[in-house]
Design a binder for this molecule. Structure first.
Ligand SMILES: [Zn+2]
Length: 221
């Protein structure tokens, strides 16, 4: 396990090695028939951000029954339990999209207009990544929807995007308030989850199932 835990601070958005303030590890043992038994480890850690001094409660899990591969980092699949946050698991995103999303997150509580623009940039990159390159953002999102890359429920959303875009582009004296920023965040999160995270989770579930099936076959023999 890494000595220096690098996480993104949910308060100031800096990605930096965190200072550990406290740790609680709950080990659950399940006796198995032939060997020592299975361990399930639930780890709760309180980290302090060296930049803004804000803290977060971070949850990670590992156990002896799952196959971990080289380079696996349990912190990648960990979860921020406190503070409540809209941030998704960025490790599943393509590198450039991850970085655009993180820059939106970085200014989330600092500059709403810049944040909205960074979220739009993130969505532009998703469209490009998935091959929609013509027209304005809402048109490209519509295209992805028609191709089934985005679910059909998103009709209204492109309207929202359009309006956000118009306000930003015309340099209107609009103050994007926190509420609007949060709703655009939620919307962006849904898209990123649908396009990048869900397929990854499905793949993992399928692998686990296949491993189980293989194991079952072995015991049959
Ligand atoms: Zn911080």
């Amino acid at each position: 396990m890494a000595e220096n835990i690098i996480l993104t601070c949910p308060h100031c958005g800096n990605k930096t090695p965190m200072k550990i303030l406290n740790k609680y590890e709950k080990v659950t043992m399940l006796p198995l028939e032939y060997d020592e038994g299975a361990h399930f480890n639930d780890i709760f850690e309180v980290f302090e951000c060296p930049v803004c001094k804000g803290f977060q409660l971070y949850y990670t899990h590992w156990n002896t029954e799952e196959a971990y591969h080289e380079g696996d980092d349990i912190y990648e699949d960990g979860r921020v339990l406190y503070p409540e946050t809209e941030m998704i698991n960025v490790f599943a995103l393509p590198r450039n999209i991850k970085s655009a999303y993180e820059s939106a997150f970085k200014v989330k509580n600092i500059d709403n207009t810049v944040c909205v623009m960074a979220l739009r940039r993130t969505l532009e990159m998703v469209c490009k990544d998935k091959g929609a390159i013509k027209g304005q953002l809402h048109q490209k999102l519509n295209q992805l929807q028609q191709q089934g890359i985005l679910p059909p429920l998103m009709g209204d959303i492109s309207k929202v995007i359009k309006e956000f875009g118009n306000m930003a582009a015309h340099g209107d004296q609009v103050n994007f308030d926190k509420y609007m920023v949060n709703s655009l965040f939620r919307f962006t999160n849904k898209i990123l989850e649908y396009v990048y995270i869900l397929p990854r989770e499905m793949k993992r579930a399928r692998q686990e199932l296949e491993e189980l099936e293989a194991l079952a076959k072995e015991t049959e023999l």
